[in-house]
Structures are given as structure tokens and as C-alpha cells.
Ligand binder design. Structure first.
Ligand SMILES: CC(C)(COP(=O)(O)OP(=O)(O)OC[C@H]1O[C@@H](n2cnc3c(N)ncnc32)[C@H](O)[C@@H]1OP(=O)(O)O)[C@@H](O)C(=O)NCCC(=O)NCCS
Length: 317
């Protein structure tokens, strides 16, 4: 692209960078209306960008002096167990009107610095509707690692279930420990390989069960729990644009193998959405690993994709 220059990002570039993210987020919100409006306002974004720009270097793409792209990332000592950088969906972007090669130019500039400083794992989150960006980063060697979805709280109609569906109490902890452990193992095994704590410590589960802001919806066959779905306030592990007081996040779900494909998770989702409406939430979010195929299919049936996070691993030896 003629007249394109890549330069170090300065504070002076940040208002135009915030405007670029807001315009792209507004386009995403037009196709996914349940998203919160506040994430698309420069007054929300600018302080975050200022904070990040003070901690780490970034790059801008200028076309005839106009900002058409930028890339900023957190430097993390432990990203999936390694030194890495991660650019949230609000800290990167390219004007959809310009050539997608701008992504590659920005990455080449920053990757040189990241690798020279010993950061070998590179991650970034992209808006799911930005197919040019997702394609461009795929061609830069990045693979899909996490997907984020959101939906409104419109009642979900499911067929009557032969199981007893109820919200779990702390007295159900021993039964839920087994299902939580099974979910843990599922996520650590092939083909997902999430680097979780192998000790299987259930302290967090006990704390969440005792915490009234969490709602564990469970399905029971007589006195045996066969499935759960966990709802709570917005998770800090989801993409930032859905992080909002009006968001309830699903942060765990498991159906015992023999009960899968019979609508149990859909029934729990329906009950959880009804609970969320009554609790004053306005939307529900979930994040999942795309290689967890049955789960990825289930969540995409019920949720709209909002962000796709990608990783590239570079051998620094
Ligand atoms: C993801 C998971 C919770 C889904 O649970 P489930 O109880 O099997 O979910 P459902 O039965 O409601 O839906 C699964 C599929 O069965 C289908 N189904 C539901 N009832 C059916 C029926 N009566 N006949 C045929 N198919 C049916 C659904 O359409 C759905 O298809 P889709 O995924 O293509 O949309 C389950 O696969 C699981 O526990 N996976 C391991 C743990 C995990 O990955 N958890 C999520 C972490 S992000």
C-alpha cells in the first residue's frame, strides 16, 4: 500500500486508536445486539489504552498521516506457562477500508521487539465479525485458541426433562466434586490440553458453592447428579468487551457421558437464563476452546461469537 508507514505508537495516537476500535466494535454490535454499549465509548477505552501504552511499546500504521491501524500488547511473564505478549481485542485493529496487509506490517514491526526481549508466545484477540483480520493473522502463523460468545436472556424453550433440575446447595459439594474433577480432566486431556493445576484442588468449587452470586444448575437422576452448569457475575477470563455488570458468565458445564446428546445441557442453560433474568442480568457470556468439539458446537448453537483469540508459539532456541 503506497504512503503507508509503520511507526512507534505515542500517546498522541491514542484518541485515533480508540476511535478505530469503537467504530469496529459498533459494527460488531450491529450484528450482535446483546453486547454492552459502554465498551464502544472512547471514554471507556482511552484510559485503558493510556495505561497499556505506558507499560509497553506499540506500533501504528499511518496512511497519508491518518491512523489506519495499531497494535499494543501486554507483556506477561506467564502466558500459558511461558513469557508471552497478549493484545486484547480493544488494543489492536486495522481500518476495514484499507488493505489487510497492514496487519502483517504491524506484526512484523512488533514481533521483532517481542522476540528480541524474550517473549516467544504471541497472542491476540480479534472481533469475530472481522473476517479479514482473522484471516490475516491466520496467515501470520496464528491458530485459534479460545472463542467468546454472548446471547440475550430470551427464554429458551426445551422439551420436558426426565431429570430433576434444581439449583445446587453447599450440601451437594461431594457430588459436584466428582463432576468438577471430570471436567478438569476433560480440559487437560487430548485434544484440548489446557495447562490446568493437575492437583485437582476443589477449594475454589467449595468457595463458589458457598457464594450466593454463583448459581450451579444441576440435573439429577434420583440422588445422582448427572450434569451441572455454573453461572456467576462477569468472568475476568472472558474477552473484555463483554465484561460488564449486566453480564452473567458461564464458567463450567459438564454432562456425564451416558446422558450427552439428550438435551440436558440445553435444559440447564434454559434454567440458568431464567435465573439470570430474575437476578437482573441482561446478557449471558461463555468462553470455550474451539478444539473441544462437542462443547464448541453446543455453545455456537446457543450463543453468537464475539471474539476469537489466537496464539503463535515461536521457538526461541
Ligand atoms: C458440552 C456438553 C456440556 C453438552 O452437554 P449435553 O448435555 O450433551 O448437551 P445437549 O444434549 O443439550 O446438546 C448437545 C447436542 O445434542 C443434541 N440433542 C439434544 N437433545 C437431543 C435429542 N433428544 N436427540 C438428538 N440430539 C439431541 C443437541 O441438538 C446438541 O447438538 P449441537 O451441539 O449440535 O447443538 C457436554 O458435551 C460435555 O459435558 N462435554 C465435556 C465437558 C465440556 O467440554 N464442558 C464445556 C467446557 S467449555
Amino acid at each position: 500500500m503506497r504512503s503507508l508507514t509503520i511507526q512507534p505508537l505515542t500517546e498522541a495516537h491514542l484518541p485515533a486508536a480508540a476511535d478505530l476500535v469503537c467504530a469496529r466494535y459498533a459494527a460488531l454490535r450491529r450484528v450482535v445486539p446483546p453486547l454492552p454499549a459502554c465498551s464502544a465509548e472512547p471514554r471507556t477505552l482511552l484510559p485503558r489504552l493510556h495505561d497499556m501504552a505506558q507499560r509497553a511499546a506499540g506500533a501504528v500504521a499511518l496512511h497519508n498521516g491518518r491512523l489506519v491501524g495499531f497494535l499494543l500488547a501486554y507483556h506477561l511473564e506467564r502466558l500459558r506457562g511461558r513469557r508471552g505478549v497478549f493484545s486484547p481485542e480493544w488494543a489492536n485493529g486495522v481500518d476495514p477500508a484499507v488493505d489487510a496487509s497492514v496487519h502483517a506490517a504491524l506484526y512484523a514491526h512488533m514481533a521483532h521487539q517481542w522476540v528480541a526481549a524474550g517473549y516467544g508466545l504471541h497472542g491476540l484477540s480479534l472481533f469475530a465479525n472481522d473476517s479479514a483480520a482473522n484471516e490475516a493473522w491466520h496467515w501470520l502463523g496464528f491458530g485459534l485458541a479460545v472463542a467468546d460468545g454472548v446471547r440475550d436472556l430470551t427464554p429458551l424453550v426445551t422439551p420436558p426433562s426426565p431429570l430433576t433440575i434444581r439449583r445446587a446447595t453447599f450440601a451437594d459439594l461431594p457430588q459436584l466434586v466428582e463432576l468438577d474433577g471430570a471436567l478438569h480432566h476433560h480440559l487437560m486431556a487430548a485434544p484440548i490440553f489446557l495447562p490446568l493445576d493437575p492437583s485437582g484442588d476443589h477449594t475454589a468449587l467449595a468457595d463458589e458453592l458457598a457464594d450466593p452470586t454463583y448459581a450451579f444448575w444441576t440435573a439429577w437422576e434420583r440422588d445422582e447428579v448427572v450434569a451441572f452448569m455454573k453461572f456467576g457475575s462477569a468472568s475476568i477470563n472472558t474477552c473484555a468487551v463483554v465484561y460488564d455488570p449486566g453480564t452473567t458468565s458461564i464458567t463450567g458445564a459438564f454432562t456425564k457421558t451416558v446422558w450427552r446428546g439428550q438435551g440436558v445441557a440445553a435444559t440447564l442453560l434454559a434454567r440458568g437464563l431464567a435465573w439470570a433474568r430474575a437476578a437482573g442480568y441482561t446478557r449471558c457470556a461463555v468462553d470455550f476452546e474451539p478444539m473441544n468439539t462437542p462443547a464448541a458446537r453446543f455453545w455456537q448453537t446457543h450463543f453468537r461469537l464475539v471474539c476469537l483469540s489466537h496464539l503463535r508459539s515461536i521457538d526461541l532456541c
